[in-house]
Ligand binder design. Sequence first.
Ligand code: NDP
Ligand code: MG
Length: 385
Amino acid sequence: MKRVSIFGATGSVGLSTLDLVRRDPEAYGVVALTANSDVGSLAALARETGAQVAVIGQERLYGALKAALAGSGIEAAAGEEALVEAAARGADWTMASIVGCAGLKPTMAALKAGGTVALANKESLVSAGGLMMDAARQSGATLLPVDSEHNAIFQCLAGSSLDDVARIILTASGGPFRTKSRAEMAAMTPAQAVAHPNWSMGAKISVDSATMMNKGLELIEAAYLFPVGLDRIEILVHPQSVIHSMVEYRDRSTLAQLGSPDMRIPIAHALAWPQRIATPCQPLDLARIGRLDFEAPDMERFPALRLARAAAGEGGATPAILNAANEIAVAAFLDGRIGFLDIAMIVEDVLQRYGAPRPGTIDDVLAADAEARAQAGQVMERLTA
Ligand code: NDP
Ligand code: MG
């Protein structure tokens, strides 16, 4: 039996993971499930799976969680430290699917504990990629990418040497505003931005897909996971989201991984790796799809792509600053406080006014993250004044 923990169990990726886990109760035992504020869903999932411990991120909700778990024998815990403690308990397999840099400390604790860490939480890798890769090397933890593109690249690499890789081609759907002009984008609402044409996902990553910051974050993610050099990682817009990414080798042979746009496919790959398991996902019907289209990304209409590539090139704390400013701007956009085009503008403004030394520890990363959030808040105040 594989002992699994799911951080961010109540979210889109967390629920997809549980959908696979609950299909085979003999194969999986649940150690920890976590959420931020959704006590009701967390308690129900913990009872259903017989989890050892349920952790709610918001400390003030401890009483509510304890009450919801009364009589179940499941341990209740709350707060940031409790999340880290639950990750440090170790599991054979941990899904890191908290959204945002809030996932960094628990993910680091899981990596230090060893075992396998399936990583969806790209913001933690963007912010602290070097430190996370070091932690995995030191503890012997296996870090498996769940983000569909990175999972595809991992599958296309199939253990080949990175020295043989000529190019990694990161595919992008282009998001809901792929064909929109800047003037049209300026008027887009949160509801329009989260309506992704191919994928059903949480609100934050859906907005990131609309600005294409998601692809920017994924470029940085790929550079840490597959260090072939930034100039060897290209972005290609592919509106159907059937090819999830490609690897071109130096002999010019190119491998692609294809599948229906369903996160349960890459999650299942990481859950069973190095084996395979059956999933309830739709088989790929290429005759019905009929055609696959490709186009170059438009850096003018999607400035987030340019900002992320520049941040990746600078390295150090710059990706963490980019990510933190983006998290603040996306939350403000979802709240109706700023316009769609303001998101990348705020990120650019913060990157221009704030730089931090290369982080040597997670606390350095979190300090740069906090300062970038404060700076983004100030930029926003001026914007909305
Ligand atoms: P959701 O918003 O659907 O879920 C986020 C989860 O994290 C929820 O369980 C939420 O709890 C919890 N959470 C939110 N904030 C905090 C916090 N401050 N502290 C602790 N827990 C928190 O996100 P997604 O599932 O869409 O995305 C999760 C991660 O996976 C992101 O990093 C995203 O970029 C990445 N990813 C997602 C994909 C997708 O298809 N959705 C695809 C590829 C990558 P609560 O429910 O209580 O709020
Ligand atoms: Mg992705």
